[in-house]
Design a protein around this ligand. Structure first.
Ligand SMILES: Nc1ncnc2c1ncn2[C@@H]1O[C@H](COP(=O)(O)OP(=O)(O)OP(=O)(O)O)[C@@H](O)[C@H]1O
Ligand SMILES: [Mg+2]
Length: 399
């Protein structure tokens, strides 16, 4: 993935003499000291991050840590005090009004937690509103609005009034409005936070579904770590205007690096985060007995039968191998009763598929054998994950 959006050494000070505060922060002062000595509020202090094209990049942190300020600086709703914001390598900070308007029209759009729908206008008029302000001709903006309403599943609601919609549906209108602009970068500031849990989870699924086809570059702000894990390819965690931890979700869970970060990761159910790959024994050795190609596993009493391409044909009990050597017909002894999962199946889901007596194998997209899962290994792995230093206090993954 190439880099779409890059933030370098970004500062935002709310106050009369921001440069004085920036200098003080560069000298090692923190947010509290700048406030007590200069009376200025630090929004962002030396924030750098890099968002690859097509990624969902999560920004997390407690209230007041600077998440919204960062979002607002990126499309210049807030004026940065220092630093650079590179969109495909072009710095947005020095842009004038006209260029900025162009960037907002074609490249970056925002979805907020509570965005106001115009109450007396239909859903579709609301979606079109931004396009109208930008002078897009009526027929074209109607066509575009119809298109994006279909994308978010609201085609049938186009000519209804906002008060007829549920909270989740209104939030979809917000998403539709952002998609209508054709911007390839979406900034979503707590876009789902006001929704009740069930609708919120549906919206998350919806976003992932849309993203798999639209491939936008999304900066998603949340203070819910489970949401960050579900949606994010990478996560940056902010405190007092700074990024204090950045990485892939699993890295952050396994190695939070500070109590502050650990406080977010503590509630995480690790068995949901890690996948089958982690607990499998890789299939390496193949033994040939007569016509059969068998993959043994020292931990189990059966062997997996594969063809020349390593595609799984079934399983055979170790004790029956001797009978085949002695001339018994393989068809009578090879059982097709094998359960297969992919390497990125979540451990918890793989564990649920396990049935006593049926081998659980890991296969690739071509149904070729890559490894083997045993219940003992899965349990051991889930237990080990749950008892990491920062795991939840009960040590047990929740259902
Ligand atoms: N317009 C403003 N004027 C003065 N200070 C501001 C302004 N906007 C934000 N701040 C300050 O900047 C800091 C970061 O605020 P910001 O809104 O970015 O936090 P946040 O992480 O989005 O919090 P939340 O989770 O509550 O939305 C806070 O200390 C806040 O008081
Ligand atoms: Mg905020």
């Amino acid at each position: 993935m190439s880099e779409r959006l890059k933030v370098e050494g970004l500062y935002k000070i709310f106050g009369e003499a921001p440069q004085k505060a920036v200098a003080m922060l560069e000298g090692g002062a923190d947010k509290d000291r700048v406030l007590s000595e200069l009376g200025m509020v630090v929004g962002l202090s030396d924030v750098s991050l890099s968002v690859p094209s097509g990624a969902i990049y999560m920004i997390m942190g407690l209230s007041g840590s600077g998440k919204s300020t960062l979002a607002r600086c990126i499309n210049r709703l807030n004026e940065p005090s220092a630093g650079r914001i590179l969109l495909d390598g072009r710095d947005l900070v020095p842009l004038g009004e006209a260029e900025l308007r162009e960037v907002r029209r074609t490249r970056i759009s925002m979805v907020f937690q509570h965005f106001a729908l115009l109450p007396n206008k239909s859903v579709i008029a609301n979606v079109e509103f931004g396009l109208k302000l930008r002078g897009v001709p009526a027929a074209e903006r109607r066509r575009r609005a119809e298109e994006v309403l279909a994308v978010v599943g609201l085609a049938r609601w186009a000519y209804h009034q906002p008060h007829e919609l549920s909270g989740g549906m209104r939030q979809r209108v917000g998403l539709a409005r952002a998609l209508a602009t054709d911007a390839d970068v979406l900034i979503m500031d707590e876009a789902f936070s006001a929704l009740d849990p069930l609708i919120r989870s549906e919206m998350q699924d919806e976003l992932l579904r849309l993203q798999s086809t639209l491939q936008k570059t999304i900066l998603f702000i949340t203070h819910d770590f489970q949401e960050a894990l579900k949606l994010g390819n990478r996560i940056a965690i902010m405190a007092d205007g700074k990024v204090v931890r950045e990485g892939a979700p699993e890295e952050i869970v396994l190695d939070p690096g500070s109590d502050y970060v650990a406080s977010f990761t503590r509630e995480v159910d690790r068995a949901r985060l890690f996948d089958a790959r982690m607990a499998m024994t890789a299939a390496e050795e193949v033994v040939e007995i007569g016509q059969l190609r068998l993959v043994p596993d020292a931990r189990t009493a059966d062997l997996i039968v594969v063809d020349a391409q390593m595609q799984v044909l079934g399983a055979i009990r170790a004790g029956d191998v001797e009978r085949i050597r002695a001339g018994a017909a393989p068809e009578d002894l090879v059982s097709a009763d094998v359960v297969s999962v992919s390497a990125d199946t979540k451990l918890i889901d793989a564990a649920r598929l396990y049935r006593s007596g049926r081998p659980l194998v890991v296969v690739d997209e071509g149904r070729r054998l890559v490894g083997r899962l045993t219940p003992e290994r899965m349990l051991a792995e889930i237990a080990a994950l749950s008892s990491q230093p920062h795991a939840n206090s009960t040590g047990a993954p929740h259902a």
